[in-house]
Design a protein around this ligand. Structure first.
Ligand SMILES: [Cu+2]
Length: 164
């Protein structure tokens, strides 16, 4: 069990490390946390930033209110001691992602670590903060969750409440 977990972490670690160095470059270029609304560069509309804290094993919220068409920058901060995942998707997407994670852990994957770093999911190592930008559509029924085996099941999940 443990050796599998370590192997899995090593795989993820490589993916996360490359992502984090990218994030670091971004942060250095224009990091102004909450007061960034005067610039009108490539971001057409104002982007709201929502911070979500990941712990072992729960998120700091189980419901996030969003508006249709809104783009949100999620900052996922991992205050736990375990790796966590933040996936946005409908119930089917969450289920599929869990199956994928299970496959990675069992060694059935042949190097699909990159596939895991899809646009709708980010890994966050302990002590790190990772960004995920998402635009919400109309009438979607979306959830967020950590799909590391066992976490979603133990309640590390929540839903997006679309405001009308
Ligand atoms: Cu988790």
């Amino acid at each position: 069990m443990n050796s599998k977990i370590y192997r899995y972490n090593a795989l993820l670690g490589a993916a996360v490390a490359s992502l984090l160095s990218f994030e670091a470059a971004l942060a250095g270029a224009g990091h102004t946390a909450g007061s960034h609304h005067t610039t009108a560069t490539s971001d057409a509309d104002a982007i709201r930033t929502i911070e979500v804290i990941a712990r072992d094993n729960e998120f700091s919220t189980d419901e996030i209110q969003v508006s249709p068409g809104e783009t949100v920058r999620f900052l996922i901060r991992n205050e736990g001691e375990l790796d966590h995942d933040f996936t946005i998707g409908d119930a089917d997407t969450q289920t599929a992602h869990r199956a994928e994670m299970q496959a990675m852990m069992s060694g059935a994957s042949d190097g699909h670590a990159h596939k895991h770093q899809a646009q709708n999911a980010v890994m966050v190592a302990p002590g790190e903060t990772t960004e995920l930008v998402w635009t919400f559509g109309e009438g979607e029924s979306l959830e967020f969750g950590c799909n590391i085996p066992g976490h979603f099941e133990s309640g590390m999940r929540g839903k997006f409440e679309l405001q009308s």
